[in-house]
Design a protein around this ligand. Structure first.
Ligand code: NDP
Length: 253
């Protein structure tokens, strides 16, 4: 993505640790060409972003970890000539919400690729996710995998510890992910909230702040998914405890 902070984050780690590597961006118009582009550019690793994470899942020779259940890959590593696919968004998100303390359940607003990753990792960690999306057409993954999922017409609100915005509402406009009355009701009984969008105060986060709830934007998730991806790029040779503080410095630029 053109606004991505990832090059800065990864290159700061490589430079600080004197690793001979460089992280750059490539615009991929056709996800089916991912494999050809990876080899043509002689890459040793890659992050894949919207809308090619599902295509990346299909193209890899082997999928490891939670990416198998999510069906989407955001990190590819070249290993003995084969493409190995991982999903670090899921565990990055889990690390990011650790500071909220124990959680029983969560409402995920949105049903795109990020929502799939978050629902999967939350359920694996005994935090019951409920999915609420504007339209029904993206709910099939969730229904097939046994998640409680609703569109705006079928949803009846309950009480949720954590409210998560994974929609792109507020990314480049002033819209809320759900109508203001419903959001007010959800936030009134919630314990905390997070927006996966980073680098700006979205209308969602603005509403959360007014409720005086503990909250985060997407920066910690961005950092943590990046730390895990960087650890994979270096084939596990450098620990995440060394990578994290270095990568965090790049957020000050
Ligand atoms: P997708 O395009 O796959 O999904 C977008 C979702 O947003 C859909 O469910 C869509 O609903 C919903 N949506 C879009 N606009 C609105 C609106 N105005 N009102 C209500 N719902 C809306 O995107 P991703 O899941 O891949 O990414 C979502 C966000 O997550 C992006 O902003 C991305 O930058 C961010 N992200 C952040 C990361 C981080 O590290 N912090 C990592 C990964 C992603 P519908 O189905 O009805 O169209």
């Amino acid at each position: 993505m053109s606004h991505s902070r990832s090059p800065l984050m990864h290159n700061h780690v490589f430079k600080t640790l004197c690793i001979n590597a460089c992280y750059t961006r490539t615009h991929l118009s056709d996800g089916l060409k991912l494999r050809d582009v990876f080899y043509a550019k002689a890459l040793s690793g890659a992050n894949i972003t919207v809308p090619h994470k599902e295509a990346a899942f299909e193209t890899c020779d082997e999928i490891r970890g939670i990416a198998k259940e999510i069906g989407a890959v955001n990190t590819i590593i070249l290993e003995k000539g084969r493409l190995i696919g991982y999903n670090t968004d899921a565990d990055g998100f889990l690390s990011a919400i650790g500071s909220f303390g124990p959680l029983k359940n969560a409402l995920i607003l949105g049903a795109g690729g990020t929502a799939k990753a978050l629902a999967t990792v939350l359920r694996q960690n005994d935090i019951e996710p409920v999915i609420l999306n504007r339209s029904a057409n993206r709910l099939s993954f969730f229904r097939q995998n046994g998640f409680q999922s609703y569109d705006w017409d079928t949803f009846t609100p309950d009480r949720y510890d954590l409210i998560i915005n994974t929609t792109s509402a507020g990314l480049s406009d002033d819209s809320l992910p759900v109508n203001a009355v419903l959001l007010e009701q959800l936030l009134s009984s919630a314990r905390c909230a997070i927006d996966v969008i980073y680098g700006k105060e979205t209308p969602f986060l603005h509403a959360v702040k007014k409720k005086n709830l503990p909250f985060k934007d997407g920066s910690d998730m961005l950092l943590e998914q990046g730390v895990l991806a960087n650890h994979l790029f270096m084939h596990g040779a450098v620990s995440t405890d060394i990578i994290r503080p270095i990568m965090k410095q790049s957020f000050l630029y």
